[in-house]
Every structure is written in C-alpha cells, then in structure tokens.
Design a protein around this ligand. Structure first.
Ligand code: CFM
Length: 477
C-alpha cells in the first residue's frame, strides 16, 4: 500500500522505485514495505555487504580464535575500530597465566591477496597465513577463515586448506564462505555464518566427541544466549539476571565467547534468542538437530526485560524460579525508578527518529514509550518481513517507515519530522550535526551498556544528554 501524498519524499522523484520501500504502520493490518531486495543502481544505500554480516557482526565477537580474512588488505579494515563487540576473555588477569587470549578487536589478519593470486589462486597463501598466525598467536583456540568477494571469485578451495591446517594444529578450523556479493546486505552474511558454523560445529563434535558436554556436567537449567554480541559490555547486565534466576549460562553466541563453549551450545536445555534477525537461523537448526527449543527475548527496556525473565522461568516451569523472577524484577525496578523518573520527566513529549539495522527499531519502540518519547519516523537497513511485522505491532499506527534508506531520504525525513533526537549510527551522525539534530550511537552506544534494567538508565542518560546538550542552542538553521 503506497503512502499518502504528504508522505511522498521529494528526493525520490528521480528514483520512484524507492516509494515501494515506504509505508505507514498499522497494528491490525500490517503494512510491509518492499524489503530484503537488491538496492537499485544509483541509490546511495547505507547498507553493508554479506561479508560485513558474517565477519563484522556474527563471527567477529568470538573472543579466543584467530580470524583470518582471505582478501586484499582493504577488506580487513572491517576488523578495526568499528563495532564495539567487546570481549572479557583476558586470561592474563587470572592467577596462573601470562598470556592474553582475547583476539577479538585486537588483531587484524589478512592474506593480502594481490593480482597474481587472483590469476594463480590464493590457497597457498592462505595456508601460509594460517600457520604464520598460529605461530604468532600460540594460545588461540582455533581459526576462522572468511572468504570475501575476491577469494569467492577466484574460487579457492578454502575447506581443503582448513582440513590440512586443522590436522596440523589440532584445533577447529572453520571456513565461513560469505563473499560480499553473495547477498543484498549484511543480513545474508548473518545467515551464511549461522548455517556454516552449525554444520562445521556438528562435524567437529562428531570428530572430537570430547568437546561435547558430558552427561554428568549437564545441569537442569543450562541455557545459551543466542544473538547477543556484548555491545559495550551488555553482557555485564544480562548474565547476572539469568544467573540470579538460577540458570547456568553455558554459552553466548557469540559475544566475547570461547570456542570450547560455542561447541557446547547443542548440549543446553534452552536457547534464549535476543537478535531475532541475525541468529534465528542457528536457533532453528539446533532445535531441529538436537531438540533444544528456543524462546524469543528482548533485553531492552523495563517491560521487555521483565518478560524475558518471566519467559525463561515459565519455560522451566519451576515455581521457585517464577518467584525469583518476580523478585528480581521488583528489585531492579525499585533500583532504577528514581533515575528513570528523572529522565522520563525531562524527555516526555520529545520527538525521536530512529534508524538502525532492523531489530533495534522494533526492540526500541516500547523503550521510547517507557521514556515518554514519541517516535516520529523509523528506518531499517536490512530488515525482513518479520521485522516489519513487529514494527507494525509495536509502534503507533501511522508511523512513517523507510526500508534501506539513502542519505537524501534521511536528510529529508530529519527536515520533515523535526525530531529532537535521532537514534542512529556513526555514518549518519555528521549529517545530523550539520542539521543541528543530536544523535545517540545506536549500534555500539555512547556510554553503554544499554541492555536490561540498569542499561536502560545509561540509555536514558545518553538520550537526555544528547537532547539537552547546550551546544544545540547555538545551531541556528
Ligand atoms: Fe542484530 Fe545486532 Fe541488529 Fe545486527 Fe547490526 Fe548491531 Fe544493528 Mo548495528 S546483530 S540485527 S547487523 S541487533 S551491528 S548488535 S546495532 S545494525 S539492529
């Protein structure tokens, strides 16, 4: 359904195909824009590539593996200074060791493919790079090899290299084949990582059954948290809540996690799925393959975090756990209420625009309501139909939504809807500053964590500081 005339963006007159990507929400009869399709030539999308989704998003946060990018050096840029998916695997802080086995965000390794490798093949170089990296970083728990557009086009058989290296080093060596061109956005890379990691994990568990959890090590309330990437230490707030509930968190897929724990995910009793865009795939595969169910959860905001805790307690069905959940919720709410009340009073009635990948746009509709703010438009980089269904269900009717926006659309929406704040990323923040609109980094946060009850206070504080920063008084446009 097309949007009424007054919502037609002028910047798209020359690319009318864009209008299919614009809708107004409707909770009863959801309006889904054209989505998860190719960006048309000439449209300056803000999207990333499939490789960004596999390496940058899902694989990147794994803490203790060597991650090798089989590419020209340029692609390896994605490893640096981008997404703050932090890792707590700092073994040197322990008693008996001097080594630091957290490689996440600290090392950038690439095969540095050159023209001659494109002509003659890059497999030899890849093998050499694996062994060189292994020699330089002896404590690593395994190797992840990522293909890119270049290695994908050459057609190198990375799996045969991986098998040879794995034999020699005696640790898992997985290949994630998601060349940048293999899909329409980073979302395809999430999918490839999920499926390929699952397959290779399965194979490895068969080959080396000692990596699986033994029967007597299993607990009745073992869970894994899936699709949680420890942005700016989100796990510091997420983990204790579930531990207090009585669960044991065996693994996180993949925030700051160790390979040995990732290999044990199929041995848990329940998977708690946070990012339902990037990681539903592996949750479904584990459910089918190992009969481990999963539940959807959101760790943002008061109401949603409370229902995540209740959901897990209900799943296990223990009365004690249900009571514990209520107790935790009550305590946490009591603890954050004075702060939240302060921010709510300051923020009530303020208008907010939102542009994130997809899930956060629906995770945060209710969070904004909890802060008394009004969402005036929303945009998603790579959302699929199910994300837009959730956006329709959770936002006010008639919210203007744009799929895969370009810079001109963002600019026009900022001018048209005049938000007091734009929840968005780093690329867009400069445009916003020029237009006098404050932003909060919605991908890796300003001063996180933002997850759960206490994270909500940090989120509210950053929003408040953004909106009320005195500098905006001097912007006169
Ligand atoms: Fe999931 Fe994410 Fe997101 Fe995402 Fe992303 Fe992200 Fe995002 Mo940035 S995994 S889909 S590909 S919730 S990096 S932590 S904030 S665009 S909405």
């Amino acid at each position: 359904m097309s949007v009424p005339e007054k919502y037609k963006l002028k910047c798209d007159i020359s690319i009318p195909e864009r209008y299919k990507h614009h809708v107004l929400t409707n909770a009863e009869k959801p309006n889904i824009p054209a989505c998860n399709v190719k960006t048309i030539p000439g449209d300056m999308t803000e999207r990333g590539c499939a490789f960004a989704g596999s390496r940058g998003v899902v694989g990147g946060p794994i803490g203790d593996c060597i991650q090798i990018i089989h590419s020209p050096a340029g692609c390896a840029w994605y490893q640096w200074g981008t997404r703050r998916n932090l890792s707590a695997v700092y073994a040197w802080a322990g008693q008996d060791t001097l080594c630091n086995d957290s490689h996440n965000r600290r090392r950038a390794i690439t095969t540095d493919l050159q023209e001659k490798d494109v002509v003659f093949g890059g497999m030899e170089k890849l093998e050499k790079t694996c062994f060189e990296a292994w020699r330089l970083i002896p404590g690593a728990a395994g190797i992840l090899i990522y293909t890119t557009c270049t290695s994908g086009l050459i057609g190198d058989d990375c799996y045969s290299v991986a098998r040879r290296v794995e034999k020699k080093i005696g640790r898992p060596v997985f290949v994630i084949d998601a060349p940048g061109f293999s899909g329409v956005s980073q979302s395809t890379g999430h999918h490839h990582f999920n499926v390929q990691f699952y397959d290779q994990m399965l194979e490895y568990r068969k080959k080396c059954p000692e990596v699986c959890m033994k029967k007597d090590e299993m607990g009745p309330y073992d869970i894994a948290i899936i699709g949680e990437f420890n942005m700016d230490w989100d796990l510091v707030y997420i983990k204790p809540l579930f531990e207090k509930l009585g669960c044991r968190i065996v693994s996180v897929f993949t925030g700051g996690e160790r390979m040995e724990n990732l290999l044990k995910i199929p041995d848990v009793k329940l998977n708690v799925l946070h990012c339902q865009r990037s990681c539903t795939y592996i949750s479904k595969l584990i459910k089918e393959g190992f009969q481990v169910p999963y539940i959807d959860a959101s760790f943002f905001g008061i109401e949603q975090t409370a229902s995540a805790l209740r959901g897990v307690a209900d799943f296990f069905g223990s009365q004690k756990m249900k009571e514990k959940a209520e107790q935790i919720i009550e305590e946490e709410i009591r603890c954050i209420t004075p702060a939240i009340d302060f921010y709510r009073e300051k923020l009530t009635g303020k208008k907010v625009g939102m542009y994130v990948g997809g899930p956060r746009v629906w995770h945060w509709q209710r969070v904004m309501k909890e802060l008394g703010m009004e969402v005036v438009f929303s945009m998603c980089t790579f959302a699929h139909e199910d994300d837009y269904e959730k956006i329709n269900a959770r936002s006010k009717n008639g919210l203007f939504v744009v799929d895969n926006p370009n810079e001109f659309e963002i600019e026009e929406c900022l001018e048209k809807f005049k938000p007091d704040l734009f929840l968005t990323g780093l690329k867009e923040k400069y445009l916003c500053r020029k237009l006098g609109v404050p932003t909060v980094n919605s991908h890796s946060y300003e001063k996180g964590p933002y997850a759960c009850f206490r994270g909500m206070v940090n989120f509210a504080r950053d929003i408040y500081q953004g909106v009320y920063a005195p500098v905006w008084k001097f912007v006169n446009l």
